[in-house]
Design a binder for this molecule. Sequence first.
Ligand code: A3P
Length: 284
Amino acid sequence: MAEYLWFEGTPFPPLAFKTETIRACRDKFVMKDEDTVILTYPKSGTNWLVEIVCLIHTKGDPKWIQSVFSWRRSPCLESNNGYALLENTEGPHLMKSHLPFRLFPKSLFNSKAKVIYVIRNPRDVLVSGYFFWKDSKLHKHPKSLQEYLEWFIEGNVPYGSWFEHIRGWMSMRERDNFLVLSYEELKKDTRGTIEKICQFLGKKLEPEELDSVLQNSSFQVMKDNKMSNFSLVPTHYFPNGVLLMRKGISGDWKNHFTVAQAEAFNKIFQEKMACFPPEFFPWE
Ligand code: A3P
């Protein structure tokens, strides 16, 4: 099995990505003012946001999310298929991306495209990623949570360092076209956070339309929706099935980290994120 595809110091899963596509993303892709980007470090709630934004676009009507694959509704910009789809279709586009700041299309900085950046407690990101990639055939997989934790801290996991991702993108947080959300606030106050997204996207929904967005993007409904739960991803990549809709909770890391792992992680977190005040991150 291939290890990773490395591009300028960032590891990518080798099968769905190519060096030329990742380079073209940064240097050639033209981001338009009308485009919307859902941007995350992987396993932070990307697909939840895709579902919510799709439902906001249809004013709560679930027909689109029930009939079109999630990865077609919101193609992954840097993947081979996603890039081709975005290049060959008329906009405005909704897309998702996990690219770190330094590899993102330069054209973003001259456009008014709207970007929603979702952050999540890196401990939960780590646990979610461990269970997601542990049996995949996409790239090298870890033998234990401890091994994955070491890779995560080194940035030797798909899309590289979580710490670098956050530091890079947070430099955009004061811009009007950049909305920062957290998985934790979305869990705690889903309705209020969806209203915030509507406001950012300039969409006005009636209360019953909002109810439908909430209902149709819930964990259970997404888990049962074949267009959204990744159950139809080819099995040669994930022989045991894709574990996208795993638990959908905040704080699951407490069930998996040992005390020593938690302490080691805290120390690294404090060192690497010292540039941000502690209240900046809305998790325990
Ligand atoms: P867990 O593995 O902790 O359960 P991504 O889409 O970035 O790959 O993130 C996947 C994580 O988001 C998974 O976390 C998944 O369960 C969670 N998730 C997806 N849809 C969700 C929803 N509707 N509500 C809550 N969590 C959701």
